[in-house]
Design a protein. Structure first.
Length: 211
């Protein structure tokens, strides 16, 4: 099964991906997590991506498409995957179509998690992440068992560099200009979920829509 999660930064794509991963036993492919790992390891790709990410701008389509072509060839993709944060532009969506055409694949579900901008800005100030796994928490809505620690490894949680209000506002602008047009691109295949509900309610709405 191939699921695409679309939605604004902080809309809950990463949070819901983790549930879908264990429910359907398919990997989450988060371009954001992949890029952050490149930045952390100071790879050539990471050095190129860093200057866009810290401003909340998108990394170039060609870099992303090259990275994804490699990722899709990995063994764990054989039964499908959850796309979180890719595609993010019409060019990337066309690139994905081309990659899928080559291997006779298609997306089964396109799910938009819809949340208003002001709610996003207030949510992001409470986000905490475990950088190694991409597990995501919220100090109020989804707190870890021990404050400031990852539930599984007990390692410290961090605040992402791009979660400053000013950068979040720019990421929202980029989302409206460059990513939201994908809702029309996928048009009749899109299912929109109200992402302002509780995490549990969003999760059950998504599962219902897939079933
Ligand atoms: P990326 O890492 O993909 O960030 P994003 O899309 O901006 O999404 P986020 O990870 O910020 O949010 P999310 O929707 O996963 O929400 P989450 O579940 O964490 O991209 C980062 C950067 O990398 C980009 O700016 C760009 O530079 C670059 N990049 C990445 N992909 C790219 C691409 N394809 N092309 C070009 N550049 C690319 O939830 C947020 C918070 O809210 C958490 O604290 C969570 O606990 C909480 N929460 C979740 N759901 C709820 C709820 N229902 N109620 C209350 N709180 C909730």
């Amino acid at each position: 099964m191939k699921i695409l999660l679309l939605g604004p930064p902080g809309g809950g794509k990463g949070t819901q991906s983790k549930f879908l991963m264990s429910k359907f036993n398919i990997p989450q492919i988060s371009t954001g997590d992949m890029l952050r790992s490149h930045v952390k390891n100071d790879t050539i790709l990471g050095q190129k991506a860093k200057k866009y990410m810290e401003k909340g701008e998108l990394v170039t389509d060609s870099l992303i498409l090259e990275m994804m072509e490699v990722r899709f060839k990995e063994k764990d993709c054989i039964n499908g995957f959850i796309l979180d944060g890719f595609p993010r532009t019409i060019k990337q969506a066309e690139g994905l179509d081309n990659l899928f055409k080559k291997s006779n694949q298609k997306l089964n579900h396109v799910i938009v998690i819809d949340v208003e901008d002001d709610e996003i800005v207030s949510r992001m100030s409470g986000r905490r992440v475990h950088p190694e796994s991409g597990r995501v928490y919220h100090i109020k809505y989804n707190p870890p068992i021990d404050e400031g620690k990852d539930d599984i490894t007990n390692e410290p949680l961090i605040i992402r560099d791009d979660d400053k209000e000013e950068t979040v506002r720019n990421r929202l602008l980029v989302y409206h200009n460059q990513t939201k047009p994908l809702i029309d691109y996928y048009n009749k295949n899109v299912i929109t979920i109200n992402g302002s509900q509780s995490i549990e309610k969003v999760k059950s709405n998504i599962i219902e829509s897939i079933n």
